[in-house]
Design a protein around this ligand. Structure first.
Ligand code: ZN
Length: 281
């Protein structure tokens, strides 16, 4: 039964030394497809190139809320052009993030050199991209940290993509699952939620309706805890860990265990959901 990664960043420079080997290895590890999310204008060409040459990659173009503050005046035109040229592409990673404004350390290396756009500005850029997804009939992948209230308010007053949208690594309250689902949301379970302390995140995923469930790695980010991690890659030049995209398997095992579902049945459900949302099948 093939596995489908609903959200990763396979274009990331950290994969440069490993990418060709992984492209060869991943289908043998059972990977049937993955959505590769661009996050800023400078990585869209790399995502487009991957989508062109690898039939099982779904390319996705978007301006991530962390990158929103550094966008160029031409960002929207460039994004439109990338989507028009790539009819099978999705919109994402887009979204809003209050964590970078309120909780992130001023010297967090992942945010170095970024202008942290205020929430209003993030919301404007987010809505422009949702609008693009609607007009071009593409699904959208949404990132949200510490801003679940503003997100649902925004989604309630904005036209939404007909095929639906993904709340990637859903980290909102369990009680909001039903409200987001009513708006057309899918929810992808990240293997990192198998960390002991992530009780609240696991609880929310018990509430997700089966027909809206997906699984993701967010690789190279979001490493899984040791017992669920099957594959390792050497650390990045900065010393940080790189999540091997094959660890999708551990995330599938974890969510099956969590929901008391048979793994075959869960894989079949997630494949159907992935095809419906991202491939329009
Ligand atoms: Zn991501």
């Amino acid at each position: 039964m093939p596995l489908f990664d609903a959200h990763n960043h396979f274009q990331d420079d950290w994969f440069d030394p490993h990418r060709e080997r992984l492209l060869d290895e991943l289908p043998r590890l059972g990977l049937g497809g993955m959505v590769v999310n661009g996050t800023c204008e400078s990585d869209w060409p790399k995502v487009r190139e991957l989508g062109r040459r690898v039939p099982w990659i779904v390319p996705s173009f978007g301006l991530h809320p962390w990158d929103c503050g550094n966008r160029s005046p031409a960002w929207e035109e460039t994004l439109s052009a990338a989507l028009l040229e790539t009819p099978g592409a999705a919109v994402g990673e887009i979204g809003i993030d209050r964590w970078i404004l309120d909780r992130a350390r001023p010297d967090d290396p992942r945010l170095a050199g970024m202008r942290r756009a205020p929430l209003d500005e993030q919301l404007q850029v987010f809505v422009r991209q949702l609008d693009l997804a609607c007009r071009m009939k593409r699904p959208a992948s949404i990132h949200c940290l510490d801003a679940w209230g503003p997100l649902i308010e925004c989604l309630r007053r904005t036209p939404l993509p007909q095929r639906g949208f993904l709340l990637h690594a859903y980290g909102g309250p369990a009680e909001m699952v039903v409200d987001f689902a009513a708006l057309g949301a899918y929810f992808s379970f990240n293997g990192n939620y198998l960390e002991e302390r992530r009780v609240r995140n696991r609880e929310a995923f018990r509430q997700v309706p089966a027909e809206r469930l997906l699984v993701e790695t967010d690789a190279p980010a979001m490493l899984l805890p040791a017992p669920w991690r099957h594959f390792e890659l050497p650390s990045a030049p900065t010393g940080e860990n790189i999540n091997h995209p094959g660890n999708l398997l551990g995330a599938y095992e974890g969510i099956a265990h969590l929901r008391g579902a048979a793994s075959e049945e869960l894989a079949e459900t997630c494949e159907t959901n992935f095809r419906r949302l991202f491939l329009g099948q």
